[in-house]
Design a protein around this ligand. Structure first.
Ligand code: CAA
Length: 245
């Protein structure tokens, strides 16, 4: 593992769930972390209290370009540079196609896909100028295999694969790697919101017969963010208990 001490990461949606595990891992590696959150200041404050010298917290909606610019500037002001961007923030609005409202589609696309692009473009410009950077996009097994009731979410998570490969090709000559991690069903608030019966059926279909833990995703993100992982770009790392092979 390379030395990440003093490096700076931004983790969107970094105060809860998978994002929190990523923020904690990076802080434990000695990094400074700008943690983005949208709606739960308590979790963000609690995380900051855990690592007061390393973590700063930044409220914003990544689906809003102006918020992204402000948050990116706040992190630069606080820490001076950005070495790693983890695009983790995402939402669901699950409904069968027949019942999906245009607003359910638009909201999910705006946050998961457009928001990831906004943050990535800002980070890319900064990293390309410095000649190094790591961008890690959190996709989903749903982007790999689709899911009844998630046409909006699946489209955005598949869309991240195309975004990752395209940016990886552009970033290669600038020292910027761009990769994806595709988690399966992980023990988070998002998965806890799945109706109990639906969740039981899902877990019974996972070869490892259990949900993943946030830190089991975070360790792969940490690996891809490492300075010594520079020969890996444009890839998808699936971490799903065997749900999709
Ligand atoms: N395939 C095909 N048809 C299905 C189906 C499936 N897997 N599951 C249900 N249906 C059908 C039913 O048979 C029923 O059909 P009929 O009307 O012909 O009887 C119909 O769909 C039910 O439709 P409704 O709109 O009435 O469904 P509902 O209101 O009960 O709920 C839902 C729909 C909200 C999508 C619910 O099924 C649900 O929440 N499912 C789980 C979705 C899910 O897995 N979400 C993951 C969230 S976590 C996450 O996204 C993180 C990650 O990255 C993994």
């Amino acid at each position: 593992m390379g030395d990440m001490t003093g490096q700076v990461a931004i983790v969107t949606g970094g105060a809860r769930g998978i994002g929190r595990a990523i923020s904690e891992r990076m802080a434990r590696r000695g990094m400074k972390v700008g943690v983005g959150y949208s709606s739960n200041p308590d979790s963000a404050e609690e995380l900051k209290a855990e690592f007061p010298d390393q973590i700063t917290i930044h409220q914003g909606n990544i689906g809003n370009r102006a918020d992204c610019e402000r948050v990116f500037d706040e992190v630069l002001q606080a820490h001076g540079r950005v070495d790693v961007l983890v695009n983790n923030a995402g939402i669901t609005a699950d409904k069968m196609v027949a019942k999906m409202e245009v607003d359910d589609w638009d909201r999910v696309v705006q946050v998961n896909l457009s928001g990831t692009f906004y943050m990535s473009q800002l980070a890319y410009l900064h990293m390309a100028e410095r000649g190094m950077g790591r961008i890690v996009n959190i996709s989903s097994v749903i982007g790999e295999k689709g899911n009844a009731g998630q046409v909006n979410y699946a489209a955005t998570k598949s869309g991240l694969f195309g975004m990752t490969m395209s940016m990886a090709q552009e970033g290669a000559r600038k020292g910027v790697t761009v990769n994806c991690v595709a988690p399966g069903y992980v023990e988070t608030d998002m998965v806890a919101a799945v109706p109990e019966q639906a969740l039981e059926k899902i877990v019974s279909g996972i070869p490892l017969k259990r949900l993943g833990q946030p830190d089991e995703i975070a360790r792969v993100v940490e690996f891809l963010s490492d300075p010594e992982s520079g020969y890996i770009t444009g890839q998808v790392y699936s971490v799903n208990g065997g749900l999709h092979m």
